[in-house]
Design a protein around this ligand. Structure first.
Ligand code: MG
Length: 390
């Protein structure tokens, strides 16, 4: 079975189930996509027989349409690991994406996934039990945990024949606009990228945090009047200068600011938040549910990402906790296929801002799922996380 078959097999429904265990075994020695420099990982035939949850996984390198630069680093591809969970004729898909700053790698994700033994779990609806066990295996490994969490949600949603936004009681017609992200670049390239996407989106997200911010924003304003979100990715170093820039950005049609200063400088971020004319969101400063109390008061809102917070279960808890604390919420993503992006999109009707464009930044997507129509997320009717292997 080749990689394409791995992802397509579930499209044949119950017929695939009988093949799953033997088929996965035949994937021993399958290799990651070309150009990657990590060791090949064999597909791990899952433990447990009939009636057990069976987990398998495979590295998959995501190729970017354009070199992507944010404050701190620049890259042309992003490593990922695709995960699959089979149970009695149903298949759930999940994914781990590991941008460099998360400190996780294909090796660490695969090592974590190899430690998982689901053979004692015979009821996928006991999601809390299963995900508590996954979370207990290590302190970190959030992307690897998210991959399993997404696959389990996809599986259970399919068994219930319902998308997760419906299980959560969310109205898909309230799905928000999504931003489309433009990385740091020369004014000419930024202008060109803006022109390429301005007709499809109704809000753009601009990466800032370098001395060229003003030049970039002015270049964008030469070609579009769309509202802008900005993300400094901890790049601003002086809170007074940052606040001055935020006032100027407001005059330029910017509507929100993400992670102005370092995550380890809560007092300065709080100083900015207290005075800012725009809402300030924490991204790098908040990873999981337990981090929310520490950012309350220092930011107006939080950016929830599945790869940071271990997946959909914790993302839903974070959303509700933040709301109870009177905070704003945005949902973001890494560079991911439509698998993880569609999973995140299930929560999107409940957020203030969505930044779910990771699948649009790559040239080798493996799934169809959530789409963007007239700039707005369109969730569709598909069960689980709503994806179909391409
Ligand atoms: Mg961010």
């Amino acid at each position: 079975m080749d990689r394409r078959e791995f992802f397509k097999q579930s499209a044949f429904g119950a017929a695939a189930a009988g093949l799953a265990l033997s088929g996965l075994g035949s994937l021993q020695g399958c290799r990651p996509s070309s150009g990657s420099d990590y060791a090949p990982y064999s597909m791990k035939p899952a433990r447990g027989g009939e009636g057990a949850l069976r987990l398998s996984f495979e590295p998959y390198e995501l190729e970017l349409r354009h070199t992507f630069t944010v404050s701190g680093n620049s890259r042309k591809s992003t490593p990922g690991v695709q995960v699959r969970l089979d149970y009695e004729g149903f298949t759930g898909y999940g994914e781990a994406s590991m941008p460099p700053y998360l400190g996780q790698s294909v090796q660490s994700v695969c090592s974590f996934l190899e430690r998982i033994d689901l053979s004692s779990f015979t009821d996928p609806f006991l999601m809390d039990d299963i995900l508590d066990y996954i979370d207990s295996l290590s302190e970190g490994d959030t992307a690897a945990k998210a991959a399993v969490d997404i696959a389990l949600h996809d599986l259970v949603g399919k068994m219930l024949a319902s998308p997760w936004y419906r299980i959560w009681g969310l109205n898909p017609s309230k799905a928000p606009l999504t931003t489309f992200t433009i990385g740091i670049d020369t004014p000419e390239i930024v202008k060109q990228k803006t022109l390429e996407c301005a007709s499809q989106f109704r809000i753009l997200k601009i990466k800032v945090g370098t001395p060229s911010d003003w030049e970039m924003i002015r270049a964008i304003r030469e070609v579009t009047s769309l509202p802008l979100a900005v993300d400094a990715n901890q790049g601003w170093k002086d809170c007074r200068m940052a606040l001055d820039e935020i006032f100027w950005l407001k005059e330029q049609g910017v509507v929100m600011v993400e992670q102005p200063m370092g995550k380890d400088r809560p007092d300065e971020n709080a100083w900015i938040t207290e005075r800012s004319p725009l809402p300030i969101f924490a991204d790098e400063a908040v990873q999981r549910l337990r981090d929310i109390p520490s950012v309350k008061g220092a930011y107006h809102g939080i950016n929830i990402k599945l790869m940071k917070c271990t997946g959909m279960r914790e993302a839903w808890k974070m959303l509700n906790y933040a709301r109870a604390e009177g905070m704003k919420v945005m949902i973001g993503c890494m560079t991911e296929t439509s698998c993880a992006v569609s999973a995140a999109a299930q929560l999107s009707p409940a957020v203030d801002f969505a930044d779910l464009d990771g699948n649009l930044l790559i040239s080798n997507d493996l799934f169809s799922g959530v789409t963007v129509q007239d700039g707005r997320l369109c969730l569709g009717e598909g069960s689980g996380i709503g994806v179909t292997p391409l």
